[in-house]
Write a protein that binds this ligand. Structure first.
Ligand code: GDD
Ligand code: MN
Length: 251
């Protein structure tokens, strides 16, 4: 079979990920070299005070500026806009979005790519809630936050929404952020999306269904970070709920 000319641009948003960045990049490079797929890794750092950008500069020296691209922003502007910023610099025809804190393991990427090709999907979403997927290392706080998120979600939209989106196969993990998109599909979705923060993931998959894009799924295990802290604090929760309300009002 002729080698595929597809190229995968991995977007890695970072805020204080100095300890995690070298390992995630090494795992990514190794995975792509083993599978033989063309790739680039775009680090979108929001002015991390911990020196994440210096680490990224070192990684560029090691792996080359065609493989690692640093596209920073001046300050912490939120996860949703970080993806949009990164996407503008991407040269691949496919975009992979994932966390940089090792909660998303690059070993799943070949499965994302295989699934995409098999089903000719527009989007392949990692899911923690199907097959061998799962969540590991979550403390009580995380579990409670999740419970609150999902309660808001269910209450906010009611039975209609449940039937439309939640119960439809192909979108079992709405808040997950380990996904593969066709670049042109991602661009179209971003045009439609209003969310800026964490709710972005959910909005993307909801809009994808509305626009009739096809979604494949790959079970993934989400392992809570070892180094550093989740950036999901009180502010993010408030803006998540606000974002959800906006989403309900506009869908
Ligand atoms: N550039 C940039 N700017 N990066 C950010 C920002 C920001 O404002 N906020 C967070 N990040 C980066 C982190 O450095 C990490 O690489 C990734 O985004 C995810 O952030 P975490 O703070 O580790 O998120 P989490 O573990 O609490 O939440 C994860 O699980 C949620 C669902 O359970 C994420 O995957 C969420 O997207 C997801 O909704
Ligand atoms: Mn995390």
């Amino acid at each position: 079979m002729a080698a595929s000319r597809d190229k995968y641009s991995v977007l890695l948003p970072t805020y204080n990920e100095r300890e995690n960045l070298p390992l995630i990049v090494w795992l990514l490079v190794r995975s792509f070299e083993q599978s033989g797929n063309d790739f680039e890794i775009i680090v979108i750092d929001d002015g991390s005070p911990d020196g994440t950008q210096e680490v990224a500069e070192q990684l560029i020296k090691i792996y080359g500026s065609d493989k690692i691209l640093l596209r920073p922003r001046a300050k912490k502007l939120g996860l949703g806009t970080a993806y949009i910023h990164g996407m503008k610099h991407a040269t691949g025809n496919f975009i992979i979005i994932m966390d940089a804190d090792l909660s998303h393991h690059p070993k799943f990427i070949p499965e994302f790519i295989r699934t995409q090709k098999e089903g000719n999907f527009d989007i392949v979403s990692g899911t923690r809630y199907k097959g061998n997927g799962g969540v590991h290392g979550w403390d009580l706080k995380r579990k409670l936050i999740r419970l609150v998120f999902h309660s808001c979600f269910v209450l906010g939209r009611g039975a209609n929404f449940l039937t439309q989106v939640l119960l439809r196969p192909g979108a079992s993990d709405l808040t997950g952020s380990f996904r593969l998109y066709r670049k042109d599909v991602l661009e179209k979705l971003v045009e439609k999306c209003v969310s800026k923060g964490y709710v972005f993931q959910m909005e993307m998959i909801v809009r994808a269904r509305q626009l009739g894009f096809s979604v494949g799924e790959v079970p993934i295990s989400f392992v809570d970070r070892v180094y550093g802290e989740s950036k999901l604090g009180g502010n993010e929760i408030v803006s998540f709920v606000k974002g959800l309300l906006t989403l309900f009002a506009t869908t």
